[in-house]
Design a protein around this ligand. Structure first.
Ligand SMILES: Cc1ncc(C[n+]2csc(CCOP(=O)(O)OP(=O)(O)O)c2C)c(N)n1
Ligand SMILES: [Mg+2]
Length: 896
């Protein structure tokens, strides 16, 4: 039973109700609506204190939130701006249609930008500031498939030439001038700032950008300013958990530097977003509940006179009752249909439009298409303090496409307009292109001295310059010497530590560095204690935008839970997408805020790439710089946690991201070298790459760094233990490995020596993926330069003069170490052991035996490889199985 609905629907005493509403009317007339609101809040409070605990509705009427008389007036030249918008609409359409009249199936979208053109134009003309000497600049997340409209504006501004417009979606053939399908900083590094087209990633990233700006301000790294993050999203896009999943953070932290504009054209790709309901109402409730200022921008100015005459509320009632599927049909079928099916529902509303023609009814516009209303909404948004704002703008998908797409279900994918549709588009937006030319769908530019272009340029110059624009570099910071890491490059002595501890020590050492220290951003998703980082709580504090308002339970401890406005650690709670988005914000701060930051996001490696892989991909696109640290890594090293926790494959994901450099170190000095090299590349050289480093939680003794190992560590492989020149006929093997399993290889070497007199060279391979990249690069070069000097893959170079078969073992799936098979010197046998199959809980020893990566399996694999080469016999292999007690008939771990 829905008590709230019953109470709202049932009026047990209409006379009493009328008396109350009349009293309220009197208050409104006398003291205004704010006073009425105040009284109502008091009454609600009083009711609650008397025991009434009913919630009140978070939604309001289906009309504009800003009443007409409170709308801020747009200072611009409305006619001029309409002309400009028409030109942009035309050129955006033209670039898609022209692209699709060529062979190549290039695709493109018209309908999305057609619905949002006004929303963008008002922003570009009046609100969005470019970075300049006077202002740090706003950050705009555009809806990905609206990109043609953004290019069309740049074309009019003279930033993109007509021939370049024809290179839309021709990024390979375009000689570096191609225009990317969607916003991709990787492809257009001076233009696009934020990749958005994977639905949901824009909104969550925008929230964390705004969050991170406040962090930078509170820590005094950038001055406080009125800059804003503007995020455009589709109403369909709001279905994504990433779109709405982090909005409460924005409310909680009162991110008044954040504005969402949700383009509610009521449709997504296949059809209506909420055909049987109302997406604007739904979103209003969700956002308001999360502490946002929700501004509904439902109706355009042509509705104002009708609403003003709606004294008994019938029109509002009708607006509320009508579902989105019906609203869509009205825009698809036109004025006569709307009169009959919408206004016709009640005699009062039908009467209201008696004097309007069908064309007049058709012209009744939606809020998102009315520049005056849009201006008023934006004006309120930028002046809102203490909370983020969402603007819910109602629009028409495919606006202006007429019979070929306006408000039609398939419009999203309409990219080829026939000549008739193109002519109709030209006529509707009054583009001066002659009949004998129009069928070619030419771009239209009014000339750089035209009033339109002058106006646009003047507006942009008043707002600090062109947008979009992206900063490629900020100031370089000096890299500390490796000597600064001495604590972890020297032997740990008798102390047993894990690579996780080594990494955290590395961060602590860097925190002491004058230049790098303040730029470090340690990020956790509620796992600081898991990784031994709780010491940082007190030392550098946990960021809390409003400080710590309580005495922490552990205040009497040395390492108490300290929250601080200036805290340096970002504790993002249990949200991996949130923590990753915070990491991206920090990792792109060099570009977005001209302050290079060095984020370390440390997390359970299993909840990394496979959980937030799409954000990791976007981070690569966005040229993020920082460290992702996959903690508790390895399928057998994190032993007690079982199937969902034991990661044996995140390196495969990482290796797929072109500018992600991934490492799986074994020893603390490897950690130090990778960290130092990363800082050099990212902070000093400003290379657009980021690092993924897996660290493990097994404690062992770490040796001193072998002299001269740095270069090999960075390249991905170096000789850890040299068995010396083999004696004649002495069997020799090459053992390769990474992470903790490399230690099993070291033990295996002892077994081999002892039981079979086999000696082993041991190679530490901190990065199989870097080795693969180098190898394929050499192979490609040689293939394409048959007569030039041939390159040698680094793996080949390392192993060329080394005798005997190679055996690799890691705590990852076999595919991981198998990546370098192609670069084995000719004739060298390569056996790869790894952990294929689902993990499970047990002791490390049992798990390594189960997955066949322990010292015994490695040693036995070496004997088998020697036997395959004729250096030993099948008998030897059988003896190895026997003495090391291997169960030859146990099932393949992949299958159990
Ligand atoms: C993660 C993801 N899933 C699916 C798509 C494919 N896709 C592109 S646009 C679109 C529909 C978008 O609808 P909406 O957000 O309402 O935007 P509109 O075009 O209506 O403004 C879909 C499903 C995508 N880009 N990203
Ligand atoms: Mg939509």
């Amino acid at each position: 039973m829905n008590i709230l609905k019953d109470i709202v629907d049932q009026d047990i005493d209409p006379v009493e109700t009328r008396e109350w509403t009349e009293s309220l009317d009197a208050v409104i007339n006398h003291d205004g609506t704010n006073r009425a609101h105040y009284l109502l809040e008091r009454m609600v409070d009083a009711t609650r204190r008397a025991g009434g605990h009913l919630p009140f509705q978070p939604t309001t009427e289906y009309i504009n939130t800003i009443p007409t008389h409170l709308e801020a007036k747009c200072p611009g030249d409305a006619t001029m701006e309409w002309r400009i918008r028409c030109l942009i609409r035309w050129n955006a359409m033209a670039m898609v249609v022209r692209a699709n009249r060529k062979p190549g199936e290039l695709g493109g979208h018209i309908a999305s930008f057609a619905s949002s053109a006004t929303l963008y134009d008002v922003g570009f003309n009046h609100f969005w500031r470019a970075p300049s000497d006077n202002h740090p600049g706003d950050l705009i997340f555009h809806q990905g498939h609206s990109s043609p409209g953004i290019y069309a504006r740049s074309f009019l501004e003279g930033r993109i030439a007509a021939d370049q417009m024809d290179l839309f979606r021709m990024e390979v053939g375009g000689n570096g001038r191609g225009l990317s399908s969607y916003p991709h900083p990787w492809l257009m590094p001076d233009y696009w700032q934020a990749p958005t087209v994977s639905m949901g990633l824009g909104p969550i990233q925008a929230i964390y950008q705004a969050h991170f700006w406040k962090y930078l301000e509170n820590r005094g790294l950038i001055p406080k300013s009125d800059r804003k993050v503007w995020c455009f999203i589709g109403d369909g896009e709001s279905d994504e958990p990433e779109s709405l999943g982090a909005i409460s953070l924005a409310g909680r932290e009162k991110l008044d530097n954040l504005i969402f504009v949700i383009n509610c054209n009521l449709q997504r790709l296949d059809g209506p977003v909420r055909g049987n309901g109302k997406i604007i109402q739904e979103l209003e409730g969700v956002f308001r509940g999360a502490g946002w200022n929700a501004i509904k921008l439902v109706w355009g100015s042509y509705w104002d006179p009708l609403l003003a005459r709606d004294t008994n509320g019938t029109l509002r009632k009708l607006m509320m009752e009508t579902v989105d599927g019906e609203y869509q049909a009205c825009k698809a079928f036109g004025g006569a249909y709307t009169r009959e099916h919408f206004f016709g529902k009640y005699p009062e509303t039908l009467e209201m439009v008696r004097n309007l023609s069908d064309d007049d009814i058709w012209r009744l516009n939606r809020g998102g298409h009315d520049p005056h209303k849009v201006y008023a909404a934006y004006h309120e948004a930028v002046n809102t303090q203490g909370m983020p704002t969402v603007i819910l703008a109602k629009t028409v998908k495919g606006y202006g496409m007429g019979a070929s797409g306006e408000s039609l279900n398939p419009t999203h994918q309409q990219k080829k307009l026939d000549n008739e549709a193109v002519r109709a588009f030209r006529d509707r937006f009054r583009i001066p292109i002659a009949d004998d030319k129009v069928d070619e769908v030419p771009y239209y530019h009014p000339g750089k001295d035209s009033p339109e272009v002058k106006y646009m340029l003047e507006r942009r110059s008043a707002l600090g310059g062109f947008l979009p624009q992206r900063r490629r570099k900020s100031e370089s910071l000096p890299t500390p010497d490796l000597a600064a890491f001495e604590q972890i490059t020297k032997s740990s002595g008798d102390r047993e530590i894990s690579t996780t501890m080594a990494f955290v020590r590395g961060i602590n050492l860097m925190l002491r560095d004058k230049a790098i220290g303040p730029r470090i951003v340690p990020i956790v998703a509620d796992e600081a204690r898991t990784f031994g980082m709780e010491g940082m709580f007190r030392q550098i504090g946990i960021y809390a935008p409003f400080g710590q308002k309580y005495k922490p339970q552990d205040a009497d401890q040395l390492m108490y839970y300290r929250e601080d406005v200036k805290g340096q650690v970002l504790q993002e709670g249990i949200s991996e997408p949130g923590a990753m988005s915070a990491w991206i914000a920090a990792a792109t701060s060099y570009s977005v805020s001209n302050v290079a930051m060095l984020p370390f996001y440390i997390y359970y490696s299993m909840f990394g790439f496979q959980r937030i892989g799409d954000l990791a991909w976007a981070a690569g696109d966005m040229r993020a710089r920082g460290f992702l640290v996959g903690g508790t890594a390895g399928r057998t090293t994190l032993n007690g946690e079982g199937l969902q926790h034991e990661d044996g494959h995140s390196h495969l994901f990482a290796g797929g991201i072109p500018n992600c450099r991934a490492y799986d170190p074994t020893f603390s000095y490897e950690v130090a070298v990778v960290m130092q090299d990363g800082i050099r590349r990212m902070m000093t050289e400003q290379e657009d790459c980021y690092y993924y480093v897996t660290v493990m939680n097994e404690n062992y003794v770490h040796p001193e760094m072998p002299k001269g190992a740095e270069a090999g560590i960075i390249k991905g492989m170096y000789l850890l233990k040299d068995a010396g020149k083999p004696k004649k006929n002495e069997p020799r093997v090459q053992l390769l490995g990474s992470g903790t399993i490399l230690r099993e290889s070291l033990f295996a070497a002892e077994l081999l020596e002892k039981e079979f007199g086999v000696s082993a060279d041991i190679w530490s391979c901190p990065s199989f993926s870097e080795l693969r990249r180098d190898g394929f690069d050499a192979e490609r070069w040689n293939r394409l330069h048959p007569e030039g000097k041939q390159r040698v893959a680094y793996v080949t170079e390392c192993l060329a003069d080394r005798q005997g078969p190679a055996i690799a073992a890691t705590d990852y799936v076999r595919e991981f170490a198998d990546q370098i098979r192609a670069f084995m010197p000719d004739g060298k046998k390569y056996t790869v052991l790894g952990c294929d199959g689902f993990g499970r809980s047990d002791t490390r020893e049992n798990l390594r035996r189960f997955f066949e990566v322990d010292r015994y399996y490695i040693a036995q694999a070496a004997i088998a490889a020697l036997a395959a080469e004729g250096k030993m016999s099948a008998k030897d292999v059988a003896r190895a199985i026997k003495i090391w007690k291997l169960d030859a008939d146990k099932p393949n771990p992949l299958t159990v």
